[in-house]
Design a binder for this molecule. Sequence first.
Ligand code: FE2
Length: 340
Amino acid sequence: MISTTTKTAAVTLKAVESERMRVDGSDAKYGDWRDDLAKDGYAVIKGAIPKERADKYADQMYSWLEGFNLGFDRNDLATVHKDRLPHITEKGMCLHYAVTHEDFAWAIRGESGVVGAFEKVYNTKDLIVSFDAINFTLPRSDIPENKPWPHQDQDPAKPGFRCLQGLVNLLPNGPDDGGLIVCPGGHLLSDEFHHDMADEERIPAWTPEWYGFTENGMKWLEEKGLEWVKVCADPGDLLVWDSRTPHYNLSSTTNQPRFAAYTCYMPVADATQEDLLRKKEAFDKWVGTTHWPNARHTGSNIAKREGEEDPHNRTEPVNKPVMDERTFRLTGIPYIKEST
Ligand SMILES: [Fe+2]
């Protein structure tokens, strides 16, 4: 009896391991965090990076902030001020200064426990990764407050599971330390939501791949019984969420900073050669992208300070990444065909 059960389980496992997750309510059971992702639209992969290495990355990130030599000191929270830091938005995003290509950013992207999680979801090792922002949420009152901005990162006109977003958390992140807020189950109700809310006036967005929830939209979610959850995490945990899952981030109300690296991967098969060439150009110029790994949008390294170009702008990383072959493949460059 026992051997029969084992055999059946093995066969079932093989069947589900041989395909990409659908995240539409029809996925088989995996017996791990993928079941949470399918059901709730988000999941926490505990210890995706070993604690010692997560601590090392956090230390490198602190050093990077201090390395501008503007007076920020990790041991003195009184030095948390925009004049003493590179430009960081009220949502904690640092988008310029080639930060996305620093050695620590690429080391995090190349961590086997991080990229491996996406390999499991997409059932392929042929992935590309975004060159997205680094989040430094510091306890601060020198910049405007971060207001809730509940949204989906996906065009309602292009439904279905299209993108799995991720972030690696690098410092202790408890209930009041700021960070990711999600609305579990919202991904599976997305089609119904957009059908019912088709006439609702849209919150202006710079890209169709962003949908902001209005008051009416929030009420719709509430009436469906959905609730909002603050995702807590330890250093080295990977948080993933379906782009359709309503989400936003909050500032810390404690003295605990929050550091995170956004890590989003997709199968290279989902990108065109044109996408890969645009991605290579971003890599060569040390600029960033949004969370879309196909480099749908590319950024710049020209940060502004008080409306003027920041004199502390950088056009290349301080510590350039040294990549192994597996990590380099995530740039997409090895997948560019010679004839293009
Ligand atoms: Fe988002």
